[in-house]
Structures are given as C-alpha cells and as structure tokens.
Design a protein around this ligand. Sequence first.
Ligand code: ATP
Ligand code: MG
Length: 874
Amino acid sequence: MTSNEIRQKFLEFFQSKQHHIVPSAPMVIKNDPTLMFTNAGMNQFKDIFLGNAPAQYPRVADSQKCLRVSGKHNDLEEVGHDTYHHTMFEMLGNWSFGDYFKEDAIAYAWEFLTEVMKIDKQNLYVTVFGGDEKEGLEKDMEAYNFWKEHIDESRILSGSKKDNFWEMGDQGPCGPCSEIHIDLRSDEEKQKIAGKDMVNKDHPQVIEIWNLVFMQYNRKANGELELLPKKHIDTGMGFERLAMVTQGKQSNYDTDVFQPLIAEIGAISNTKYGDDAKQDVAMRVIADHIRTISFAIADGQLPSNIKAGYVIRRILRRAVRYGYTFLNLHEPFMYRLLPCLIQTMGKAYPEIIAQEKLITKVIFEEEKSFLKTLETGINLLNSKIEKVKQAGQKTISGVDAFTLYDTYGFPLDLTTLIAREQNLEVDIDEFQKELEKQKERARQATNISTGDWVVLSNEQGNAFVGYDTKECMVSIVKYRQVTAKGKTLFQLVFDKTPFYGEMGGQVGDKGYIEANGVKTTIVDTVRENGLIVHLCEKLPETLDTEFNAVVNTKSRELTECNHSATHLLQYALQQVLGSHVEQKGSLVTPEHLRFDFSHFQKMTDEEIRKTEQIVNQLIRSDYALQEYRDMPINEAKAMGAKALFGEKYGDKVRVIKFGDSMELCGGTHISSTGKIGFFKIVSESAIAAGIRRIEAVTSDNAEKFIFEQVDTIATIKELLKNPVNLTKQVEQLVADNAKLQKQLEAFEKQQTQQVANELLKSVESKNNISLVVKEISASNANALKDIAFNLKNSLSSFIVVLAANVDGKANVCVAVSQDVIDDYKLTAQELIKLMAKEIAGGGGGQPFFATAGGKNPQGIPAALQLVKNKISEL
Ligand code: ATP
Ligand code: MG
C-alpha cells in the first residue's frame, strides 16, 4: 500500500463510522498567543473542548499537518538521529464531541489496525492510566475492561501520569489516555527481552503509534480537577509511523514518504544512503527539514529573527549545517529539493505547488546568507582557537561558544567539532548555563498569570453583532483577571458584542460599556480560543446587570476605510503586477494600512502610480459593499472569491465584494468605496526575499498626508521667493551649491599653503631640528591639520606644534619627524600630554602625529611654553 492509499484508508474507515472528514488546519497558528504551531490534531478543536463553540459535527476525522519544534512538544534534537520522530508529520485522528466514549474509541482503533491494516496482533501492546495517588486518581479500569475484550490481558500495561495522562495545558480539559505500541523487532530479539518490557523505553523498533485520549476532567487554576459535563474523544496516530509498519519497514525514512527525497539528496551530494552512519543522519535531517520549511513558508511563516519565524530559520540552518559538515555541501542546495517534494506531496497539499517560486526563492536566499554566517563564524572561531592555544590553554570558554551560537547562529556541535580537530575542548557546562540564563530571561518576559473564569451566567453565544451595529445592550457572561509584565487587566466576555476582536490583521475595537450612568472603558478587544474578549483596566462596580456597549465609531470607521482599501489594493496589485501577488500579511489600524505580498522585485514608480490610480478609480466608482454571510465555501470559491493560504476556514464563509474585488474575509468594511475618499501609498519596501510591503493611508489620514506634502512645497517656494519653475530653481540651487563648495575648497587649500609658507619663513632650529611652535588662526580643526601636514612635507627633521582658537575651543596639532623620535625618544603623543592640562582637554594619536582639543583656549600660550621648555632640554 502506498502512503497515499494508507491515508485514504484511514479517512474512509472513519467515514464508514459516521465521521465527518475535515481538512487539515494550517500548521502555522496565527490567532493563539499560547501556541506558534499546530502540534496535535486536536488544536483546531480547542474552542469546542473549552466549551467556547458548539461542535458542528459530533464525530470528525482528518489528517493534520503537525510541527513539534517548540514549547511542550519539541522533538527537534531527536530528528535525524532516530528514525521515527519528525519535525513536521501528519497526525491521523478521530474525534467525538460528547458522542461516543472509551468503548467505541478502543473498538474502532483496534478494528482499523488489525482488520483494515492487517497488523499482527502479536506485535501490539496497549497501555492504560495506572492511577496517581497525588491527584487522588484511580487506575482507568473502564479502559482496561474494554481493552480486555480485544487483547490478551498480558498485553495491557499500566502507565504513569507522565505517559498516560494528557493535559491541554496548565489549565483546561484533560484526562487519562491509552496508547497503542508496536514491537517490530526480530523474533530472536523478542525471545531475549519480552516486548512488554520494552514499551515506552525509547527503542526505535518498539514505538507508540496511536494515542487515544479520554477527555473527562477540567483542571482549574488552583490545580483541582473537576468532571467535565461533556466527555470527548481525541486520538492521534503518526501517519509516517503507520506507513512504516504497513510497508514492512524499520524506519520512517525507508517508506515512500521519504525515499524520493533521500535519493535526491544522495544525487546532489554524491553519497549513498546506508553507507555511513553520520551521513545517514544528515540525509535524514535534510529530508525531514525541507518538508517543514516548505510547508511553513506556504502557510505564510517566513524565516525571520523573532518568534515562529526564528524557529523556522533555525530548522533551515540546522539542515544546511548538517549538509555542510557531513555531506560537504558548501553551496545552497536545499532549494533544489523542492521539485522532488512537490512530486511526493503536491497532490495532497496543492499549496506548495501554487507557491513553488516563492518557497524556492526564500529558501535559496536564507541558505546563501547562512553559508556566509557560517564562514564568519568559522573565522571567528579560528581566531578564538589561536588565542586559546597561544595562552597555552585547552578549552574554549562556554561564553565564547554561546556568543558564536547566539549572535552568529553558529551551532554548538560545530564549535565542538572544529575545536576537537585542534585538540581543544569546549566548556559545555558553561555554555549550558548561558543558555539557561537566556531561557530564563525569555520566561520572565512572557510570564503571564491567568485566573479562573468567574462565570455569571450560562448564556452561550458570544456572537459578534458589530457588522450591523456599533452599539447594543449586553450582559457579562464571565470574566477573569490576567497579569502580564506586572500589569493587571480584566477580560470580559459578553452574551453578544458590537466590539470587533482583533483578527485577520484588523485591530480590535475600543470604546466603553455603561450601566447606571457609570462608564467602563474597553481598552482593546481580542480573540482567544474562539471567544471575543474585552479588556478593561478596572471591573465595573456592578457586574450582574445590563450594559450599553458602545464602540468608538470614529476609529472603527477609519479602520474600515483602511480594510476596504486593502481589498482594493490587492485587486489593483494583481492587475498591475500579475496573478502571482499573494497576501502574506496585513495590518489594518485607524491610522494606516500595511500590506505584505509576494512579488520578486522592487515596484517601479510607474507601477506604484498605476496601482494608486486603479484604487482611486475604484473609490470614485463608489461600489456598494456586497456582503454574503454563511456562504458554503465551495460556492464562494466557485464565485471567484480569493482565499488565503495558511488561513483556517469553516464550511461556511463570509464573502466581501466591491465591484470585481472579491475576498473571503471576517473583517468589518465601509458601506461603499466612495467613503474611503482618497488612497495614497506612502512607502514600498522589501521585508524578505520575495516579499514586498506597501504602507498606505486613506480618508482623513490621506488628506493629512497630502496637506503636509503641499505645505512643505509651499514653504520651499516661499524660501525661494516663489520662482516660476520650482524644480528648475531647486536644481539650480543644488548645482550652484556644488560649484561654490568646490571653489571654497580650492580657496582653503590656497590659504593653507600661504599660512604654511609664512610659517616656514620664521622656522627656528635647534640641533638641526626645525622648530615651529606657534599659535595661529585657523577656521577649523581640519585646516589646522592641513597646515601641519603642509609643513611636514617641506621639512626633513622637525618638531611642529600648531595651536588655534577655533570657535572658542583650543585645537592643537603636533607632528614630529622619525629621527627626532629615534634620537630623543620624543613623541607627538608625549607633547600632547604635556599640553593637555593647560588647555583643559586631551587627545592622542601616533608617535609622529597627534592632535588634541580643549575647553580653555586661553591656556594655549602656556601650553606652547611648556613645549618650548621641553625642547630647550634636548
Ligand atoms: P513519542 O513518545 O513517540 O514521542 P508522543 O507521546 O509524543 O510520542 P503523542 O503526543 O501521543 O505522541 O502523539 C500521537 C501520535 O503521533 C504518536 O503516537 C505518534 O505516532 C505520533 N508522533 C508523535 N510525535 C511524533 C513525531 N515527532 N514525529 C512523527 N510522529 C509523531
Ligand atoms: Mg513525543
């Protein structure tokens, strides 16, 4: 069975058990502050488990793209070294939302594995939660008894809280779980140690393939558990592991999921998989990471210096580094794997086909710049190694290794490897301490404490009514206190709300709620796990009452102008630049709009102007907003509405149409384009390889922008006495200025020469040394230096000390010829030091030339006298 067939079998099986098949959610998460990447199939159903949203179907199943490289689940360091953990993998899962529970979940899993996939029962083991005294929880006998009907009791093992109790986070839904493990070892090995003793022991051939979670409790903020009113099933099975088992392989990398990639890497690097253990690791790392990076970029997460972008960047660098060290790949190579990846995965995930050019470009640029970083790092490390050796030591300090790692992206194992080649060690302990310190700093920065929700009513809903009204009566359903960075805010959830919660780049609404004549300011509105949450600095005095909720209309309307203009902008860009323009990010505030999109070169002035003209034409056409709520997604797409890659859409979507511009969008919009008034681009720039950013203003802010520009021009005109042709006049001014500058320089040169000549006439001498020790007048410090240089060039053996009062400050210049330095051990720096106190300042330079500045020009004669005294001693 091919892997594509296996995925299909899974979905068909659960469809036959009345499950609704849903698409994978994006791997990159955009609207959850607690999670950067999808790390399990259940993530997209969090709202349902938390009771914030009703389930659309009681039973669903899917294959979900997951990424485990940060936070609670981080397998990155294992990947490549073992054969069954990936960064990105597909998780097959089935869910019951308050429908079936343990009995059916167990029966389905068993039927699928043993009857559909025909896996030998003799190789399977299962675990159940064995209880936990501290939590006051008993062994999960329910699960045990259901398993007993399918599998021999000797194969049902008890597990600890660590392996067999699943929790969503510090708070929220949790419950016991049951894992299914497979033993793929040879009969001979099975004879030696029984499979049941190998379960959960990190053996590469005795591994977990499926986890069935029985959600039955809720953990409160104080740590207590309470029973959930509705019990749920959440299961997850590793698709690549299932493929390995079904295809009779010993490693995920030997399946058809990875073999084409491994072969391609072999061809590029001229190595053969299986020849050398270290090279095999590198090939696995690269085969794994190219999937992660490509899918992350397709989902809209570009490599960058912060947060999720930084995680992706580090994964890419890890792959490049393994290629560099173990496969001798010193030129960009990852980007060359894309055609192969598309061959194997493009059919199931068309987003990587559609964005091949962007993905390739981004990876290529990242590789190129990291290879440069590697070179810089290697040079830096070599100089450290030199120093350590010179000092007769044997260890590179952990601090140095950490700087290399943190500032230059230079991995520790590479530092260690290079050091070892030079018979040196790296202080790993110290490195770890530095790393810990950095992690602690990051933890402190994101320390958030969240209280339990205080529930005031069981009202469900929390509907957004703000598309139609900016003011309505609401009541508080629940609230809680949140403290972050020492600041305490309250979060309020209403039964319904006119406030827009930040989403899709549009900022949240501000405003107030009012009851009994008392107003409470809403400082921001956000979304969390499907809830619209209103933030305020202080709770209303009476909570249990009706409030009039009022959105700040002016800033909402300005925001709407910018949001609608963003749609028009995207439409115009596609007209002007082409259909490859894809939205890659957007921010819509009352003040301005920011739009990031894929495009491969800087926009020309003509293209920018053309775009502005199209948008303004659409504004003047005054298209009325056409809004379709709850349109089936297929219908919307058929109509031609633009969907975004990496965005999660439900079955029903909202479509926003202005003329020919049509997008899936949940944001709020102006009622007709004419209200936008005027649109003006204020900047166009690059933010990453293949991604451009436009910033623009509309309405009041566009007017303000234009007024400022006009005022600036008016001021210039006035300054230039209202010339007929302003441009010509400014050009003339610039040209005149350049000419004058040149003349001035020539004049200054002449003057310098003259002063030098004058000085030469009065040269004194001692022991055949020419002496010029004088206060002169000079217009600036440079002129003084020039005069000194001039003298230097005309004399052979000399001491030149020139001082001048330049704008009330003392400036001194000293030049001494080499023979004076050699014969009398007298240097320019020494003379400067001698004078420093008198002029109340200091300076420095080299033995043959030094300068100083000081606050006290009155001290110049005394300073020069000191020099003269010194010379008289020679
Ligand atoms: P393991 O102990 O093997 O790391 P886990 O306990 O972390 O597994 P779960 O969180 O229960 O796994 O995830 C459900 C299933 O997803 C696992 O049974 C396994 O088949 C698969 N899985 C988990 N992590 C990975 C990974 N990094 N790469 C591939 N498959 C994975
Ligand atoms: Mg794990």
